[in-house]
Design a protein around this ligand. Structure first.
Ligand code: F6R
Length: 359
């Protein structure tokens, strides 16, 4: 049941410290990563990766894609429904990773079948043990987030992104010519602190007050680059799903290529940054601010955006990879409280189903 919470979504947002601890548990030893049957060397034949996913899982897959490319492993991130025409060529050295919470999304299953038919090796990254994706793919890795009841995916995004970050470490060690990150130790140490940092965000968040402050806006925009781009897209998707308000997410640098025409004093901009390379997010946020839009900085202290922003959703200082996930928790809370103020049916938004089994 929902216990002390008003909605499953609220409960699931608050269960992220536990979910993340479960995701990580037992998978890191002596600075390397292993998954049950996928031990060292399991991916020695892989030379490139394609992620296929939909919705929130696609946003998590963007995390995996960026991390793999940083490690020198060619990686594409594809919307599963577009796999047929969008994917580059594959062979037996291509690992096609289906990222799917339910393991039952028809578009994603179809992409996996197409990829397998073309000769690729397949791997399911899923939350549901025994799901169709887990059974059909050559291998499966479970994100171990626990059951998710709310239609809007929350804790599973966090656990997916962490699982994919761990998978990157395994691949970086296995794939010939890959270059493991030189800050891996710092990154894995910071990962151990992630559940506690999520707890801190949950305890200190001002998202409820901001949801109220911006309640009468016309549009809600979310921008970010790098990991922040994934979080911006996810923030906007969650916001529109459960509030029914107009929300869009962009790569920071894309705002000026059209969407800026929609920017007014009634369109707050949530600028997500991670403390990595966020210069574009700052310059584009300032551009929007000069058109009258209120800017909310979403990320750690000690960043130039904080000084120029009209409000700040703060997250604790950590490695840039994890800062995005903490920023996302702030945006989950923002969407939740905005939807609550609007009295929406938060756990079952209109027209949406938890798993989409039609193409
Ligand atoms: C967003 C949401 C959907 C799903 C998408 C993929 O909150 O729930 O966008 O993320 O339908 O579902 P899975 O991950 O089950 O393949």
């Amino acid at each position: 049941g929902k216990g002390e919470y008003d909605h499953y979504m609220e409960k699931e947002i608050h269960s992220q410290p536990t979910a993340l601890s479960n995701t990580i548990e037992g998978r890191i030893e002596d600075g390397t990563v292993a998954f049950d049957d996928l031990e060292a060397g399991a991916f020695a034949d892989v030379d490139s990766v394609q992620f296929v996913a939909c919705g929130t899982s696609y946003h998590a897959a963007m995390y995996g894609g960026q991390l793999l490319r940083t490690a020198g492993i060619p990686a594409e991130v594809l919307r599963a429904s577009e796999y047929d025409t969008a994917a580059g060529p594959v062979d037996e050295n291509t690992l096609v990773v289906a990222v799917t919470q339910s393991g039952e999304t028809a578009d994603t299953l179809d992409a996996v079948r197409t990829a397998a038919g073309r000769g690729a090796r397949t791997l399911a990254v899923t939350n549901v043990v025994g799901s169709t994706a887990a059974r059909e793919a050559d291998d499966a890795i479970y994100i171990r987030a626990g059951p998710e009841v709310g239609v809007a995916a929350t804790k599973t995004y966090s656990s997916q992104a962490v699982t994919l970050a761990l998978l990157t470490q395994r691949l970086a060690d296995d794939v010939p010519d890959a270059t493991p990150a030189d800050d891996r130790e710092a990154m894995l140490n910071a990962l151990a602190d992630l559940p506690r940092h999520v707890e801190t965000v949950l305890e200190t968040s001002r998202a409820r007050a901001l949801a109220r402050e911006f309640m009468d806006s016309e549009s809600y925009f979310f921008i970010g680059n790098g990991f922040g781009h994934s979080v911006a897209l996810e923030g906007a998707l969650k916001f529109k799903e459960i509030t029914y308000e107009h929300a869009e997410g962009f790569a920071s640098g894309q705002l000026k290529h059209g969407p800026l025409a929609l920017v007014t004093s009634a369109s707050p901009i949530f600028a997500v940054y991670t403390g990595g390379d966020d210069e574009k997010t700052k310059t584009n946020a300032i551009e929007a601010q000069s058109r009258g839009a209120p800017i909310v900085a979403v990320g750690p202290d000690d960043h130039p955006l904080v000084d120029v922003a009209d409000a700040h959703l703060w997250v604790p200082e950590t490695h840039p990879v994890w800062a995005g996930l903490l920023a996302n928790v702030q945006l989950q809370l923002l969407s939740y409280y905005a939807a609550k103020l609007l009295d929406r049916p938060i756990d079952k938004p209109r027209n949406l189903a938890k798993s989409v089994t039609v193409e």
